[in-house]
Design a protein around this ligand. Sequence first.
Ligand code: SF4
Length: 304
Amino acid sequence: MNEVIQTDRKNKLEYNKLHKRLRRNVGRAIDDFKMIEDGDKVMVCLSGGKDSYTMLEILLNLKASAPVNFELVAVNLDQKQPGFPEEILPNYLKSIDVPYHIIEEDTYSIVKDKVPEGKTTCALCSRLRRGIIYSWAQEHQCTKIALGHHREDIIETLFLNMFFGGKMKSMPPKLLSDDGKNTVIRPLAYCKESDIAKFAELKAFPIIPCNLCGSQENLQRKQIKLMLKSWENQFPGRIENIFRSISNVAPSHLMDRGLFPFADLTNDLQINRDEETLFDEPVIKQESIASFDQSSILNVKSLN
Ligand code: SF4
């Protein structure tokens, strides 16, 4: 009996800590990127996975005390995958008294029909889904579309684009659609996946499995995930540093001529002192220094 009470207490403490941290990170991201403004109607896209449940929960919580007025509507796209448990999301959304809508579109059959057997279906499926979501947002005067991507999704996408696309780009926290009609926001951009996973477990969200379509999880993303995990195990803090680096870009020390006027550089051009340093001091957490090869730090510094 005592053990049960202690576990409950421990879980409660952990829950409060996580909730506070997620709320703080979402609030900071919203603020930093001006994601939500007074009068916004936010379409919160729910897939039934841990990330989107967490996003909705934290947005509802922030809405209750936000200094601005905004509306939230939870929306799920039922893509008619065989075995999709249709009643789970409506039941959950009714239980927390949130306005919601379920869009029903059989993209599953279209994808199965168009994509040859054995080929990955995700690209076409995502394109169709995006089109449906954008149209719904337009028809229902939603000013923002909130997606549940988190810090790890952003980093993985960065490496996917670098490794397989030859581009340095990722998922931005705020994005204007190509036709300029929709603004996509990612309120979980600063949140760690592990925090979300633990939070979802403690909240016991009614998770809908994400393999109903039978498509193989994107193998390349899986590999990147493993790579990042093993880096983080070897060098704690590395993921955080990679994440910080994408908010701290020095175009003059890269090679994109569209971002920096290399051709116009002359000797008398004023250069910011900061930009003269080839390598900045490494920002490494104390605990990770012990496991880091000291000589590599020295080599980096000696190039300054
Ligand atoms: S995993 Fe299935 S539902 Fe998800 S994008 Fe791929 S094909 Fe679509």
